[in-house]
Design a protein around this ligand. Structure first.
Ligand code: F0G
Length: 456
């Protein structure tokens, strides 16, 4: 392994700096673990130039629209199209892009009727090239890894980060090292990392154990870490919110609801809405709410039991394996954005997740279980009157339905809650199941099935 350039990874570009989220220390360079040299907390990227010469909101909006009809790869990317609000690269050709972003904003008419929220939308990040929201951050962070001269990139993952990292590394001519908890991620995500050529290690630990190890590794070996601790990832993930506002004609929704795992995405979306408000791109700030699985509820507990002052970590357990995280790295960033946007934090049960996932599936959209916590959480926030019927709500669906077929099949076959504490779940949940039928290969059998289905 050859060593990267001496200035890596915090190359001074002149248009951004690193700032510690706890002590505020500013720096032009970041160490390989992306932690503050002074106090050890996480770094974020800021743009001092915006203080001196604030970008003009109308000009930005016009430039972003213009780029939509351009054939250049960077303009066709739904991330680099918004590059004016990202760390600068010298030339657009430097961007490692799979034309990420450009994700649809769907109406959810059935869920809207069921919840009594007529203006209910889903921003489907599962429609990204590798099937999850990670691509928006990965295109930026992988580009900066290559810029800084690294040959190797690495991540700890519950599956989606590793799939995305492996793809962008392959596109960018980089090698990639994946650390995943053995037996705790879906086959579908694992298969992506293998196909994109990552060196894939299934470690006998959980996600938190993988991340701890990675943090040590990057201090010992010249590998560039691509977890969401890496602030370039969060800059890319900001574009989800920018694209969303553009899709809503710059009328910010009242609520954005997002799943919480390692808490990078909520931090990125929160940073984006604060920046957009400060730059005059939107006039109202949406409330950003984070939903966790009950069995992986570190942020919920941190806010309720420690008033957001110290992390209450948990031993995580949930079938929504993407968010099976007990020690979220970006908890402090997420707590800040909840405060800045006056958002809420809720938790939902395994049954509520499965039910919500089937309801999103019934819209003809589908998503992976971790994404479905948003709809389950919305139902709670309506009960608590935090969300009101006349408000506009956007659910961020983070991953594609095909990411976790085992979950979907177990649910529809009725195997999911068999014998467990939730066995005999409500008739309402049962009604959402569509089990596959095994029949004799006769016309009669198929017609009889059709008639029965028509009656039911
Ligand atoms: N939804 C999906 C589908 C995810 O894969 C993740 C995180 C989250 C939500 C939570 O986002 O961590 O930014 O709060 N997956 C990571 C991974 C941890 O390794 O793929 P977060």
């Amino acid at each position: 392994m050859s060593s990267p350039s001496a200035t890596a990874p915090g190359v001074r570009l002149g248009d951004f700096r690193f700032r510690c989220i706890a002590c505020g220390e500013l720096s032009d360079r970041a160490s390989q673990d992306f932690r503050c040299a002074h106090c050890g907390d996480l770094l974020e990227i800021i743009y001092p130039d915006w203080q001196q010469a604030r970008p003009d909101a109308a000009q930005l909006k016009a430039a972003w629209l213009d780029r939509k009809i351009s054939a250049k790869p960077a303009d066709q990317s739904g991330v680099w199209r918004f590059r004016d609000l990202l760390p600068r690269i010298d030339s657009e050709e430097e961007a490692i892009t799979l034309r990420e972003g450009n994700t649809p904003l769907y109406e959810l008419p059935r869920c809207a009727r069921a919840t009594g929220i007529p203006r209910l939308f889903a921003k489907h990040q599962g429609m990204n090239p590798t099937g999850s929201f990670k691509d928006a951050g990965m295109t930026v962070a992988a580009t900066f890894a290559r810029r800084a001269g690294f040959r190797w990139v690495a991540c700890a993952s519950t599956g989606n980060t590793s799939a995305s990292m492996a793809a962008y590394a392959a596109r960018g001519g980089l090698r990639s090292l994946v650390l995943v908890p053995e037996g705790k991620i879906s086959w579908s995500k694992l298969s992506q990392a293998l196909d994109y050529g990552a060196v894939t290690c299934q470690l006998r630990t959980d996600f938190d154990g993988c991340l701890r190890l990675l943090q040590q590794l990057v201090l010992r070996a010249p590998v560039y870490q691509l977890n969401s601790i890496n602030p370039f990832r969060l800059e890319g993930q900001k574009t989800l919110a920018i694209e969303l506002m553009e899709q809503l004609d710059w009328n910010a929704p009242d609520h954005i609801i997002v799943p919480g795992g390692n808490l990078g995405n909520s931090s990125a979306i929160g940073k984006a809405v604060v920046e957009m408000r400060d730059l005059g791109l939107i006039s109202k700030m949406p409330k950003l709410s984070v939903i966790q699985a009950e069995g992986a509820n570190a942020l919920v507990r941190t806010l309720r039991e420690a008033a957001g002052k110290r992390l209450v970590s948990v031993a995580a357990e949930t079938r929504a394996t993407a968010i099976r995280i007990g020690n979220p790295a970006s908890w402090r960033k997420a707590a800040h954005v909840l405060e800045a946007t006056s958002g809420a934090c809720e938790q939902v049960s395994e049954v509520e997740i499965a039910e919500a996932k089937a309801e999103i599936g019934a819209e003809g959209i589908g998503c992976e279980p971790a994404s479905a916590v948003t709809l389950a959480g919305l139902k709670k926030l309506i009960q608590e009157r935090f969300v009101k019927p006349d408000e506009t709500v956007v659910l961020v669906l983070t991953g594609n339905l095909l990411k976790d077929p085992e979950f979907t099949i177990d649910f529809h076959r009725g195997d999911m809650f068999k014998g467990g504490p939730s066995a005999g779940v409500s008739a309402e949940v049962d009604a959402l199941r569509h089990p596959p039928l095994v029949l004799d290969a006769t016309l009669d059998a198929v017609i009889r099935t059709l008639e029965q289905a028509e009656k039911s």
